[in-house]
Design a protein around this ligand. Structure first.
Ligand code: ATP
Length: 240
């Protein structure tokens, strides 16, 4: 087994049924890289993220990371941070508390934890925002705070489900830069669900393409954009 295979996040024979849809995933995601998760609506992108996060349990198969079997682990114990399109922050709590929840759900924070919250806020361009409530922030600032919360957790897997979908194009590019710099800083395994070919081009090292509850293929980014003869890919790219 190569180093890459040992450190990888892997799904082995993972099966699940939700309503009328069957899912079957066999995949090995590159460590220390960003993999874009793409494919048509309803293909199973969010379900894949939910399986890795532990919000869905497979009926069969295993989910492995760095040799450890995560399949039976509770979501809170998995080596995973999550960022969604919205609902990342609790409205009644200030940013320091919201981010502190990422470190310790019971909020038993020591001086070192408080220092790391302030450092994370500063890393995402929100230095001094500790006492601000989410409602007083712009959409982009709220999403930065969600990144700060992921950062303080120091988990080796970062899962993002359409994190930029509600942002305008300028902010989208800015948050993409932030994601790239956080990935480099933490060397984490990042899975990024996106419908946006520009996100794939700007951010992804590899591209996973899902269809009808299955992983169709997982290829390096340049190979994905060269798949001119695959109608589903052309449709995703808006070219057919
Ligand atoms: N809890 C559930 N019960 C029944 N069906 C479900 C459930 N969760 C998901 N599905 C179905 O499974 C399919 C895949 O859903 P999923 O949200 O994973 O797709 P997606 O690729 O993320 O789609 P989109 O791009 O539209 O967000 C959909 O047809 C959806 O209706």
């Amino acid at each position: 087994m190569t180093e890459r295979e040992k450190d990888a996040l892997a799904l082995e024979g993972v099966e699940l049924q939700l309503g009328a849809r069957d899912f079957h995933f066999d995949a090995r995601f590159a460590p220390n890289a960003i993999t874009a998760i793409t494919g048509p609506s309803g293909a199973g992108k969010s379900t894949l993220i939910n399986l890795i996060a532990g919000f869905e349990r497979p009926a069969r198969g295993r989910i492995l990371f760095s040799g450890a079997d995560l399949t039976a682990q509770l979501p809170g114990l998995r080596p995973v941070s999550l960022i969604f399109q919205d609902n990342n922050l609790f409205a009644h709590l200030d940013l320091a508390t919201n981010i502190g929840l990422g470190i310790h759900p019971g909020l038993k924070l020591d001086a070192e934890d408080r220092a790391s919250i302030s450092r994370a806020l500063s890393d995402v361009g929100l230095a001094g925002y500790e006492r601000r409530k989410p409602a007083t922030l712009s959409g982009g600032e709220r999403q930065r705070a969600a990144f700060a919360r992921a950062l303080v957790r120091r988990k080796p897997i970062l899962l993002l489900d359409e994190p930029f979908a509600a942002l305008d194009p300028g902010l989208r590019a800015e948050m993409g830069e932030l994601l790239l710099s956080l990935q480099r800083q933490t060397a984490s395994t990042v899975l990024l669900v996106t419908h946006n070919p520009q996100d794939v081009a700007a951010l992804a090292d590899e591209v996973a393409f899902l269809q009808q509850g299955r992983l169709d293929f997982l290829v390096p980014q340049n190979q994905f954009f060269a798949m001119r003869d695959v109608p589903e890919v052309q449709r995703f790219l808006g070219k057919s």
